[in-house]
Design a protein around this ligand. Sequence first.
Ligand code: NAP
Length: 279
Amino acid sequence: MIKACVIGFPIKHSRSPMIHGHWLKRFGIEGEYGRVEVRPEELREFLGTLPERGYAGCNITLPHKEPACNYVQNLDDRGQRTGSINTVYVRDGQTFATSTDGEGFVENILWRLPGFSFAGKTALILGAGGTSRALIDEMLRRGLARVLLANRTPEKAEKIAKAFPGKVTTVALAQLDKSLAETDLLINATSAGVADAAKISVPFAKLKQDAVVTDVNYVPLVTPFLQEAKAHGHPIVPGLGMLLHQAVPGFALWFGKRPVVDEDLYRLIARDIDPGYAG
Ligand SMILES: NC(=O)c1ccc[n+]([C@@H]2O[C@H](COP(=O)([O-])OP(=O)(O)OC[C@H]3O[C@@H](n4cnc5c(N)ncnc54)[C@H](OP(=O)(O)O)[C@@H]3O)[C@@H](O)[C@H]2O)c1
């Protein structure tokens, strides 16, 4: 029996077990994917004993994505560049780690908008947390020309800009008009409205007419940010698909088969979030 799990604190709301459980059933694999609550002070010990605990690997979620980099034996290039990991796998008794958030983000856009290309485009990102860094890293790999980065705490955006010299320009959150007019892809990568009541908004009337708008948050499935973008006529890409796509590489590393994200899976998880989802 191959065993994997997701660790975080708190962890009970994680939908990763539903995603991996769906694929395990589909492939007929005798495997198990559970949730394990790991407190920050337990993280080092848990990851240090992952192989002895019989796990093929695990996903890592809040608040462990950044500190976990210090407690795995082998960190790949993505993990080193972004300083954040969400996937750990065991090989020959050693722990290896990577981040699949950037890949999940990009694959979600391409899944929903198959003709889309990142090459030569300008993205405006709101938010400068660990997720923002992962998105920037992957979009630049896919040929994105430049990133305009706005954050409530400007110093955090500046720190990220320094890590991607010549590619990321910081802009003030309160003065986005000029940036919006140059934007091909607008991304909400803040947690605004998730952890607190404040929702994030921009003057959508200034956004380039055919710009695509996406949100990494997926509760509700179409966030107020996306609803506003849609009302202004922009193509939107909801964030749930990112969660599904970021799970693909982990499943392949632990269980040996590469799953496909399809509408059946999307419906399953979407209905768990919103029982009225009719898609
Ligand atoms: N769809 C997926 O698969 C997926 C994957 C990964 C993450 N996510 C989601 O992505 C979001 C960001 O994750 P993270 O790990 O990057 O979080 P993080 O490191 O805590 O960063 C949060 C960001 O949101 C900003 N922010 C929070 N509240 C705000 C407000 N009221 N107004 C303006 N900005 C605000 C913060 O600004 P300051 O720097 O000023 O505090 C910071 O830039 C989370 O909601 C997470 O659940 C989704």
